[in-house]
Design a protein around this ligand. Structure first.
Ligand code: 5RP
Length: 234
């Protein structure tokens, strides 16, 4: 199997495994991205077979997919607590700290994850890293008017910021909230807890893609099966 197909296959395996965590009657936070898409497909199938749940989507992308697959939805603004939230990640370390936002949905993903009694990250093993933010940038959602200020402030703390551009560079990526995404690159691994605090203190930063101490569990797909990793401190 080609590496690309193998990656896709692992995403599918973990997306299907995640559906087993969803029980009748649950309210479920539903993630964004290609791994979450396999989870949504499987959940839709189970709903058609009689599983009774209500989904709360993390993005327009997730909302549309849930709609297409017949998953009943609640508006996030109308709920304050979820039984479970299941979402992908761009990187995850062995303490289950993660980077999210590769799909520009990190703000809503963080809101939904925080509402959930159990937040589960689903990834293929290529996303597991020793240290975050070395090979993947940290996405930060920024209100457009604060772009210049945020770029200056993050350069002062040693980051190389890049405004995320749409495909074929037609213009900046605009989030579901009408904001921009600035991706922060680092030459060496930053102290992510400190970085998150500093970023959140810059006016105009809406949210970061650093999900620190948030996940209760991760499902990691390997060639020989799905590993369940638990956050030791939870
Ligand atoms: C979207 C996200 C995604 O969960 C993350 O980018 C992983 O995506 P994929 O499952 O397609 O690799 O954080 O904002």
């Amino acid at each position: 199997m080609k590496a690309q197909d193998e990656g896709k296959n692992l995403k599918k395996i973990v997306g299907l495994a995640a559906a087993d965590l969803v029980k009748d009657g649950m309210t479920v936070g539903i993630g964004t991205g290609s791994t979450a898409a396999f989870f949504i497909e499987e959940l839709g199938q189970r709903v058609r077979q009689g599983l009774s749940i209500r989904g709360v989507p993390t993005s327009y992308q997730a909302k549309l997919m849930c709609y297409q697959h017949g998953i009943p939805l609640l508006d996030p603004s109308l709920v304050d607590r979820l039984d479970i939230a299941i979402d992908g990640a761009d990187e995850i370390d062995y303490s289950l700290n993660a980077i999210k936002g590769g799909g520009a949905a990190n703000t809503m993903e963080k809101v939904i994850a925080t509402m959930a009694d159990e937040f589960v990250i689903i990834v293929d093993h290529s996303k597991l890293v020793e240290k975050l933010a070395v090979s993947f940038p940290v996405p930060v959602e920024v209100i457009p008017a604060a772009l210049g200020l945020v770029m200056r402030k993050v350069r002062e703390i040693g980051a190389r910021p890049e405004l995320r551009m749409a495909v074929r560079k037609a213009g900046p990526v605009v989030t579901d909230n009408g904001n921009f995404i600035v991706d922060l690159y680092f030459d060496e691994a930053p102290d992510v807890y400190r970085l998150n605090r500093v970023l959140k203190s810059i006016p105009g930063v809406v949210e970061t893609g650093l999900f620190l101490g948030m996940a209760h569990k991760a499902l990691v797909a390997w060639e020989d099966g799905v590993e369940v990793m638990l956050a030791s401190q939870k």
